[in-house]
Design a binder for this molecule. Structure first.
Ligand code: 6PG
Length: 224
C-alpha cells in the first residue's frame, strides 16, 4: 500500500536533504558549521526530518533567527520548539545557542545575547527564514518601531516590540541574517506565495521586511 505524503511533507523532506547537504559540504572545508533556523509552525516537519539525518552534529552550532521573550518552558518559546523538535535523535549532539538571557527585558538582555551570537562560526551555512502574512521575517515586523534599526544596525541582535505580536521579541539583525552562504525561505500556503509575489514586485523592506533578503540568492521552498 503506498502512503501518500502531502506536498508540505514532501517539501520538508526536500528542504532537510538540501540543508544536510549544505552542512556536510561546509564541514568538509571548516571545523564547525552554523545553522540558523526560524520558529513558528511551518518548520516542525522539516525539523523532524533534519534531526534524523546522519550528520556530524557535534560539529554543528544551531541558533535562532528570533525569539519570543518568554521563558523556555513557555509554549511560545522558539528555544523550546528547537529543543523539542530539532535537537532530538542524532541532532541532539548539536550545540544550541538560544537567544535568551536571565535579564528581565529583551532590551536588557540584548547585549549579552549579541556577545554570545557574535562568537558563532559566521557566515552561517544556511539561514532558514519563515514569513508572516504581513511580510515579516524573523522578528522584523512592519509595525515595529525598531524595524529601521534592525534593518540597518551592525549589532547582532535587536530587541523588538510590535503591535502585531503579544510578546516582546529579540531578533537577529538583517546584517547578521545576511551573513550566510545560503538563504532559504520556507513558506506554505497560497496567501504567503501572494505576499512574496508582492514583495518581489516592489514595496520596500519597511512595508514588507522579507524584501531585505530578496537580493540574496534565495531558495524559496513553498507548498500549497
Ligand atoms: C517566529 C518566526 C517568524 C515565523 C513567521 C511564520 O518566531 O514566529 O521566526 O518569523 O517564521 O511568523 O510563522 P509560521 O511558520 O507559523 O507561519
Amino acid at each position: 500500500m503506498t502512503t501518500e505524503i502531502s506536498p508540505r511533507e514532501r517539501l520538508a523532506a526536500q528542504l532537510a536533504e538540501a540543508v544536510a547537504g549544505a552542512l556536510s559540504a561546509d564541514l568538509e572545508q571548516q571545523p564547525r558549521a552554523l545553522l540558523v533556523v526560524s520558529g513558528g509552525s511551518t518548520p516542525v516537519t522539516f525539523f523532524a526530518r533534519l534531526a534524523a539525518m546522519a550528520l556530524p552534529w557535534e560539529r554543528i552550532d544551531v541558533t535562532l533567527a528570533d525569539e519570543r521573550w518568554v521563558g523556555e518552558d513557555n509554549a511560545d518559546s522558539n528555544a523550546r520548539l528547537v529543543r523539542e523538535q530539532l535537537l532530538v535523535g542524532p541532532a541532539a549532539a548539536a550545540k544550541f545557542h538560544p537567544l535568551t538571557s536571565d535579564e528581565g527585558t529583551p532590551e536588557q538582555g540584548a547585549a549579552a545575547v549579541a556577545e554570545r551570537i557574535a562568537t558563532l562560526p559566521w557566515p552561517a551555512s544556511a539561514v532558514i527564514l519563515g514569513m508572516g502574512g504581513d511580510g515579516h521575517t524573523a522578528s522584523l515586523f512592519p509595525d515595529s518601531g525598531e524595524l529601521g534599526l534592525a534593518l540597518t544596525t551592525d549589532e547582532a541582535v535587536v530587541a523588538v516590540r510590535a503591535l502585531s505580536v503579544p510578546q516582546p521579541r529579540i531578533t537577529l539583525s538583517a546584517a547578521y541574517l545576511h551573513r550566510a552562504r545560503r538563504h532559504i525561505l520556507h513558506i506554505v500556503g497560497d496567501n504567503k506565495r501572494s505576499v512574496l509575489a508582492r514583495a518581489l514586485a516592489g514595496d520596500d523592506a519597511r512595508e514588507l521586511p522579507i524584501r531585505a533578503f530578496l537580493a540574496c540568492p534565495l531558495a524559496v521552498y513553498w507548498a500549497p
